[in-house]
Design a binder for this molecule. Structure first.
Ligand code: DP6
Length: 350
């Protein structure tokens, strides 16, 4: 039982609701978790602006519990099974949830193969739809609580999804560096503690490898249970929170670059040191990283990278007078390493 458990009466009816939720990209990574979906360390991410999932959810009250899902108009029975299991898991928090049939239509504004976390935006949008239904059925309206509970519910679908409910920089996982932070839901990083340089940032995703990931995040997180370096990693994430807090305040871009790249490489190093081991970078990933490092050495311009659990490279750079030169370099020198000239351009502004 917690503040999100519910056993009050409800009044259900046929409803159609919809919601939109963006994806996010972590700067300090979540990698390793405990039951029930508790992160092994705190993480912080940027919520993206353009890469989103739009979801429409129809609830039919007089029918047996079942879920039907469509992705961009095509029926996806595998996704439906996943959502059915998820709904069964969260009944304690939404007591009406198994009392009808769902038709869920969803579409992403970014390519499926891009490695952009569609589970984050996907579960974020579903959790928002559920809270819209809950508002109708319970008659309760409290916008702050609704968002917090949506973040709590999204987490139970996919950990990183809980961060997508909020804009800007978002923290998930208890850390003494951020008041109100929690393992159960995400919170927005305090806006007044962020230097303006970090409030207008580009994230261009180079699609080095399009296709299925070779390790699912569930398997990946699981590998941390037997990784001999795991405890040190979890401790380092806590230390990195202390560091990023002062960087975010004082606007030290050089230190920010160092920390964010270190986090990305640590995530991949952890996978290389797992049993079995995974190398998720491709040749193109390494070529891009080397090119970025050369470019920075030669020009001193603030272009840097982060990686998710895959081969694609998120190119990060502030949106200011330098961005034009950086963009030229990306197009001229880095696009050649993508599979099909694939790049998804996003921007964080808040
Ligand atoms: C590498 O949130 O996809 O993107 O909780 O099992 O659904 P599950 O994992 P998921 O893991 C994301 C890991 C990451 C880093 C991050 O986003 O913090």
């Amino acid at each position: 039982m917690n503040e999100f458990s519910e056993n009050n009466p409800f009044n259900i009816s046929n409803q159609k609701v919809s919601a939109t939720c963006p994806s996010n990209i972590a700067l300090i990574k979540y990698w390793g978790k405990y039951e029930p979906q508790i992160p092994a360390n705190p993480s912080i991410s940027y919520t993206l602006n353009h890469c989103k999932t739009n979801t429409e959810m129809e609830f039919l009250v007089d029918e047996k519990f079942s879920v039907q899902t469509f992705l961009s108009g095509n029926e996806e029975p595998k996704f439906a099974q996943k959502i059915e299991k998820y709904f069964q898991k969260i009944e304690e928090y939404l007591p009406w949830i198994l009392k009808g049939k769902y038709i869920i239509k969803t579409e992403n504004t970014f390519p499926h193969s891009s490695g952009i976390a569609s589970s984050a935006s996907g579960f974020g949008a579903i959790a928002k739809c559920l809270m819209n239904l809950d508002e109708q059925f319970s008659g309760k309206t409290n916008e702050d609580f609704k968002l917090k509970k949506a973040s709590f519910l999204a987490r139970l679908g996919s950990g990183s999804a809980c961060r997508s409910l909020y804009e800007g920089l978002v923290v998930w996982g208890k850390t003494e560096e951020v008041a109100e932070s929690s393992d159960l839901f995400a919170v927005q990083y305090p806006n007044e503690e962020i230097h303006p340089i970090f409030k207008s940032f580009n994230d261009w995703v180079l699609l080095i490898h399009e296709g299925e990931k070779s390790v699912s995040s569930t398997v990946g997180h699981g590998l941390m249970n037997t990784n001999p370096y795991a405890q040190r990693r979890f401790q380092e994430a806590h230390e990195n929170f202390k560091t990023i807090k002062s960087i975010l305040k004082n606007g030290d871009l050089q230190e920010f670059i160092k920390l964010v790249e270190h986090e990305a490489l640590t995530l991949h190093a952890m996978m290389m040191m797992s049993e079995p081991a995974f190398i998720l970078m491709k040749t193109g990933t390494l070529q891009v990283i080397n090119k970025i490092w050369e470019f920075r050495k030669e020009t001193n311009l603030p272009l840097f990278f982060t990686l998710d659990a895959g081969a694609n490279v998120h190119l990060l750079f502030p949106e200011n007078s330098d961005s034009e030169k950086i963009q030229e370099f990306i197009v001229k020198e880095l696009l050649q390493f993508t599979q099909n000239n694939g790049v998804v351009k996003d921007v964080m502004r808040f």
